[in-house]
Every structure is written in structure tokens, then in C-alpha cells.
Design a protein around this ligand. Structure first.
Ligand code: TXA
Ligand code: MG
Length: 323
């Protein structure tokens, strides 16, 4: 595995060629770091599952260079999905659409749908442009963590977590810390109206405003089908080794994640003190990782209140705290 801390046009062209040759490339996005493979290469995609230790029937998001590439991967795209793509791509939003023949079972987990996203990070877009130049159509990339663990928001976190599982020819591109910090909003666009499958920075209100439709809320369906389709919706996910306890008073020796107006009790290890909800999202996963690095047994988290991004944060915290 090679880590590139400075990425030039040449680096991105080489990384794109490595992807086309079947290697894995971990790369930054604005949400979290992704572990990428050529989405048309079954062997390369199989290696993602190996490196992540993830069940092989879980579908992967295909990252594309622009909304013009939607047609290559999907068919029957509803008008409201086009509107969403226009308003929020590049950005922290994944659209689930009816798949085309290009999206094979090894990408979709055997489902008739495919998840597509144009990420907003300049390095990710540079890599995708070079990848298209090299003849590719899309980069499959889950978050670059072991299955069930906290998503990485820095290249160092990717290296620490996955290095031992990566091959010599695999790469990690360092693009600095991810600015959003929680994974993309996932929207099912196969029905008459959009349905939120995972909460993120693109909010219910934004989706309603763009589409003018009666958006189906996250969690409004509890059928098994939905539970299986989104691994991030498993009850226990996004978990550090330390035990996460929500909304209690921290004891000496515990880690503490809380808004900046909350003081740190004596003997408690303050892991972050965000002053805005955006900062809370951006720094959360880094703080949870740092609890493990410091060998803390318990992290107390005081959850943010409110809708939108705050609801996405509470969703991840609920799963991080689930035993
Ligand atoms: O922000 C993100 O979305 C990041 C960055 C790297 O783009 N990626 C990410 O990927 O979070 P992953 O694999 O860790 O989570 C993607 C979720 C999974 O829970 C998967 O089951 C779901 O998206 N998913 C992918 N394709 C789907 C589909 N066709 N239908 C329903 N869910 C799908
Ligand atoms: Mg993930």
C-alpha cells in the first residue's frame, strides 16, 4: 500500500490506471473516506469486501463524475431524481435508482436498484475525471472502515484501520479531513415520491423543497426489506471499541463529546466541544476514534437537538451506542 500525501494530476492519473488494473484506491470525499474499486471489475469489487470484512450481499454506492453519467448506470430515472441531482450534486447525497445492465449483481447485491453519487471533494472529482479518461464508468466505494466500525474522515484513519488488509499495489490518497463528516443522505428514487433510506446533510426539508413532493421520512417503514438493504441501518454500526453511552453525566476517566457550552467535569477527557451542528458532524468520528487511541473504556455523548444534520448525528449515535 502506498499513501500519497500530495496528489498532483499525475498522481490522480496513476491512481485511475491502478483502479482500471484492479487495485483498490482509498480516496477522500466530503462525507467520509471511501475504499474505491472499478465498479465494472468483479474481482476488484470482491477485494473491497475482503478488506472491509463486509458481508458480500450488501450493495455498494457507485461514484460517478457527473450527473450525465446517470444514464450509464440506471434506467427509468424519474423527473424528481433529476431535480435532486441538479440541486445537490456534487454533494452528500446518494440516489437509489432502477439499475441498467451495467450495474451487475456484484454491485447491487443482486437487487434491481443501484446507488449513485457524485462526491463534492476536489480530489474525488479529479480521480473520477481521470478514471473516465482511462475508460472507466464509475468507482464503487463504501466507507473505508472495517465492517461495523466508525467511518474514517482522514487518510491516517484509513491507513490505521485497513493497511494490514490492503495489497502492495493499493493506494490511499490524502485530501485532508472530510468537511461534512457523516455519510451521504440515501434517497430511494424508485417510487412515485422520494423516500429517505439514510439521514445525512441533505435534509428532508431540502428534498421537499427541490421536488415539491410528499417525501417519505426515514424510518417510517420498518419492513425487513429496508433493514437488509442498508447496512448502515443495522442496529449496531458505526461503533468504536469504547462503550458509547448517551446523555448521562460523565464520570472521571470517561471521554466526553458535548456541545461547547457544556463544561468538562474534573477528571473527564474532553474529546470535542463543537460550537455548531456542522462542526459536531465534522469532528464526531475523529473524536470517537481518538477515544480508542487513548484506550478509553467509556465515551459519554450529549446529543445535539434539532432536525436535519442533528437528526443524522443522533441516528449514527444511536447505532454507535447499541450493544
Ligand atoms: O457518504 C457516503 O455515502 C460514503 C462515501 C464514501 O461516498 N459511502 C458510504 O458507503 O457510506 P457505505 O457502503 O459505507 O454505505 C452505503 C450504504 C450501505 O448501507 C448500502 O447498503 C446502501 O448504501 N446502498 C447502496 N446501494 C444501495 C441500493 N441499491 N439500495 C439500497 N441501499 C443501498
Ligand atoms: Mg459504511
Amino acid at each position: 500500500m502506498t499513501l500519497f500525501s500530495v496528489c498532483t494530476t499525475d498522481t490522480l492519473a496513476d491512481a485511475a490506471k491502478a483502479l482500471r488494473a484492479g487495485s483498490l484506491v482509498a480516496f477522500p470525499t466530503e462525507t467520509v473516506y471511501g475504499l474505491g474499486a472499478d465498479a465494472q471489475n468483479e474481482k476488484a469489487v470482491a477485494r473491497i469486501y475482503e478488506v472491509k470484512g463486509r458481508p458480500a450481499d450488501h450493495p455498494l454506492i457507485v461514484h460517478i463524475d457527473s450527473m450525465e453519467r446517470m444514464d450509464a448506470w440506471s434506467s427509468d430515472i424519474p423527473e424528481y431524481a433529476i431535480k435532486l441531482a441538479r440541486d445537490y450534486w456534487p454533494g452528500p447525497m446518494t440516489l437509489v435508482l432502477k439499475r441498467s445492465d451495467t450495474a451487475k449483481d456484484f454491485i447491487t447485491g443482486g437487487q434491481e436498484t443501484v446507488g449513485l453519487r457524485v462526491p463534492a471533494h476536489p480530489l474525488a472529482l479529479g480521480l473520477l475525471a481521470a478514471f473516465v479518461d482511462a475508460g472507466g464508468l464509475g468507482i464503487a466505494a463504501p466507507s473505508a472502515n472495517r465492517f461495523g466500525a466508525v467511518s474514517p474522515t482522514t487518510a491516517d484513519a484509513v491507513q490505521e484501520e485497513l493497511e494490514e488488509y490492503m495489497a502492495d499495489s493499493d493506494l490511499i490518497l490524502d485530501g485532508g479531513p472530510s468537511l461534512v463528516g457523516v455519510e451521504s443522505t440515501i434517497i430511494d428514487c424508485t417510487g412515485d415520491v422520494p423516500k429517505i433510506l439514510r439521514l445525512g446533510a441533505i435534509t428532508h426539508e431540502m428534498i421537499t423543497e427541490t421536488t415539491g413532493l410528499d417525501v417519505i421520512d426515514f424510518g417510517s417503514s420498518t419492513s425487513d426489506e429496508d433493514q437488509i438493504r442498508v447496512s448502515g441501518s443495522l442496529e449496531s454500526h458505526y461503533s468504536p471499541k469504547a462503550k458509547v453511552i448517551l446523555d448521562v453525566i460523565a464520570e472521571p476517566g470517561d471521554g466526553l463529546i458535548a456541545p461547547d457550552q457544556i463544561p468538562t467535569p474534573n477528571g473527564v477527557v474532553r474529546l470535542m466541544a463543537p460550537s455548531t451542528i456542522e462542526q459536531y458532524a465534522r469532528d464526531l468520528y475523529r473524536a470517537l476514534r481518538s477515544a480508542d487511541q487513548q484506550g478509553l473504556q467509556v465515551v459519554v455523548v450529549l446529543q445535539p437537538g434539532g432536525d436535519g444534520l442533528a437528526a443524522a448525528i443522533r441516528d449514527r449515535l444511536k447505532r454507535a451506542a447499541h450493544e
